[in-house]
Design a protein. Structure first.
Length: 119
């Protein structure tokens, strides 16, 4: 076996770099959710002179979403890398897509409803 047989190909390098960019997207999304949690939970009620409990609850929801994105992004990165090294692929589980979709939709609707009602 020559040393060239073990060398990574351009395609495998691109695949691993794409996987790394995807991991960074999980982290950026988590940071964005944490930033929104601070804005909604700590600042928005003061700017609107509104009930602090409602906005704090929304902020906790966005914070929980951010924590999930950090944690699952790390787990996902390790799982995908392991499968890539073995020459395989692992799709994003349906439960993750459903969880993120429902959580994002619920938080978005709750935030808009809260702003429209002026609570």
């Amino acid at each position: 076996m020559s040393e060239h047989e073990d060398a990574p190909t351009d395609a495998s390098i691109r695949t691993f770099l794409a996987e790394e960019r995807t991991f960074l997207a999980w982290i950026r999304s988590g940071l964005a959710a944490i930033a929104v949690s601070l804005a909604v939970g700590r600042l928005l009620h003061e700017l609107l002179d509104a009930d602090q409990a409602v906005y704090r609850t929304l902020g906790i929801g966005y914070g929980a979403l951010g924590i999930f994105l950090f944690a699952y992004g790390a787990v996902r990165q390790r799982t995908v890398e392991r499968h890539l090294r073995a020459g395989g692929f692992v799709p994003l589980p349906v439960w993750v897509v459903a969880t993120l979709g429902v959580a994002g939709l619920a938080l978005g609707v709750a935030t808009v409803a809260t702003l429209l009602t002026g609570i």
